[in-house]
Design a protein around this ligand. Structure first.
Ligand SMILES: [Zn+2]
Ligand SMILES: [Zn+2]
Ligand SMILES: [Zn+2]
Length: 318
């Protein structure tokens, strides 16, 4: 994420901001320019989902929903206050996702849609099918999500992470051009999915998974390995952009030998990423918190991330 400033007083304001915390000037997000802009009623107006989605987009006069809200096909009814409060939080994560996709030059037209549903009312499975990403809004609830995270022994579980994973399924057939190379790294995605899922939930991940996979879930099926790797690439790309925006660059503690990485664009990215993660984890430990980045990137995992990087860059519409 880039850093944004108030158009009036030039002090730092968050991406989610509707009005400046310092001078009170009203502003909103212009998705064409991907900038926070001063907002004058008349020529422009707020997105029609400003209240339910807590959306800060500014659109042309007469336009309804902004392009990001318009991607959501289904949301809780106006009478469902719990569902709507969770919906607004899920939409905030979705805006962060869509911002990054735009920064990476990935297309968000072509039938991509989101269903934001509450499993309190009907069975809901977070997932992706035919361009539709479904999010169970119960995952917004911290105690619910943390209970599942602990039960599944996952080191990391967030709504933004779910969005990044599911959108990975959407992009795989769009960005992958060399399927032989893809299968060589992630396995053959034509493997029977139901059988793979049954095996995973009966036997769990193989004991040596950390050597070859970014997560235990990635071992289930080649589709899931791709989606987990794609989500992880989005974690890295966004967090590195944020670090750069704030002038954070970590070279590691003096005297420590840096990890050996390639000298191409992706090698430089990983070379910047690893020392940053060591510092972020050390900072969190200093605050008595869990590691911010509870992952270990082995050489085979880095190779998969490199494949995702080249697939994304190759399809970038900049
Ligand atoms: Zn201001
Ligand atoms: Zn909107
Ligand atoms: Zn998946």
């Amino acid at each position: 994420m880039r850093a944004f400033t108030c158009g009036n007083c030039h002090r730092l304001v968050p991406f989610e901001s509707h009005a400046c915390l310092h001078c009170g000037a009203e502003h909103g997000f212009d998705w064409d320019a991907r900038e926070l802009i001063a907002f004058r009623a008349g020529e422009r107006q707020r997105c029609s989902e400003a209240v339910p989605a807590a959306c800060n987009a500014v659109v042309a006069a007469g336009q309804g929903a902004c392009r990001v809200c318009a991607l959501t096909r289904t949301r809780p009814a106006d009478s469902d206050t719990t569902g709507l409060a969770r919906f607004a939080e899920a939409e905030a994560a979705k805006r962060r996702l869509v911002f990054e996709l735009a920064e990476l030059g990935l297309p968000t037209g072509g039938g991509l849609a989101f269903d934001m549903l509450s499993s309190e009312h009907e069975p809901v499975t977070t997932g992706h099918a035919d361009g539709v990403v479904t999010i169970d809004l119960a995952e917004v609830d911290d105690s619910h999500r943390e209970a599942i995270r602990a039960q599944m022994a996952e080191p990391y579980r967030t709504v933004l992470g779910h969005l990044r994973h599911e959108i990975g399924h959407y992009y795989q057939p769009i960005v992958v051009t060399d399927w032989d190379a893809c299968r060589a790294l992630f396995g053959d995605e034509r493997e029977d999915y139901q059988r793979a899922m049954d095996r995973h939930y009966e036997h769990g991940a193989p004991g040596d998974w950390p050597e070859r996979f970014v997560s235990a879930y990635a071992t289930m099926h080649p589709w899931e390995d791709w989606a987990e790797s794609f989500a992880h690439y989005l974690h890295i790309a966004d967090t590195l952009q944020t670090a750069l925006a704030y002038g954070v660059r970590v070279d590691g503690p003096p005297g420590v030998e840096p990890a050996a990485v390639g000298d191409d664009e992706f090698g430089i990215l990983i070379g910047n990423w690893l020392p940053l993660t060591y510092a972020l984890n050390a900072l969190n430990r200093s605050m008595g918190a869990e590691d911010l980045y509870p992952f270990v990137l082995t050489a085979p995992v880095i190779e998969k991330l490199g494949f995702v990087h080249h697939a994304v860059v190759g399809n970038s519409k900049h």
